[in-house]
Design a protein around this ligand. Sequence first.
Ligand SMILES: CC(C)(COP(=O)(O)OP(=O)(O)OC[C@H]1O[C@@H](n2cnc3c(N)ncnc32)[C@H](O)[C@@H]1OP(=O)(O)O)[C@@H](O)C(=O)NCCC(=O)NCCS
Length: 181
Amino acid sequence: MTTTLITFQLSVGRLRPWREGDEESLSHHASNRRIWNNVRDFFPYPYTPRDAHSWVRSNKSYQQPNNFAIEVDGQAVGNVGFTVKDDIYRYNAEIGYWLSEDYWGRGIMSEAVPIVTNYIFQNFQVNRLFACVLEGNVGSMRVLESAGYRHEAVHRKAAVKNNQYLDEHIFAMLRAEYLER
Ligand SMILES: CC(C)(COP(=O)(O)OP(=O)(O)OC[C@H]1O[C@@H](n2cnc3c(N)ncnc32)[C@H](O)[C@@H]1OP(=O)(O)O)[C@@H](O)C(=O)NCCC(=O)NCCS
């Protein structure tokens, strides 16, 4: 059986599901302290081939993926994805993303986040889509603001990274706001 996998065109590449063969590029581009400094600690550093293997294995071949590889020049160089929360938060989803430092500042994430935002609201029963940004991550805050997310809150010193307490900035978009756009 052949299935058409979802892809979205970007000016300089595309978003597509993760697949076998991405492991080498993934561990090469993801293994970066400047990425790790801005994401959760479960994101590995260094990002080994074994880590890449288990990421690809757990994300490949979903018909409605939760994670999209950012493909540029034929290589997987980043990810945009989301997780749906549970219990009383079950209509919330958290969006997260990273991009290889080789491609920072070219507008790639500013293009990718609105596409995935649209994909989530179109395909999942999500009423509120949010992102958590660590203090100082101006690039990520800009990406969210320009995608139409609202700066909702600062959770003061809520996170710890590199043994330092950091403020966490919450950005969110409600389904009603998405529909108004
Ligand atoms: C944050 C990140 C995803 C941004 O991706 P990107 O493709 O480089 O972002 P863009 O090129 O679309 O830039 C978005 C905006 O932020 C600005 N920007 C980007 N990096 C910046 C930086 N380091 N400092 C200040 N502004 C920055 C851009 O000028 C642009 O501004 P504009 O909207 O006014 O034109 C990328 O830097 C990254 O992967 N960082 C490490 C991981 C991470 O932070 N993930 C997000 C966790 S919340």
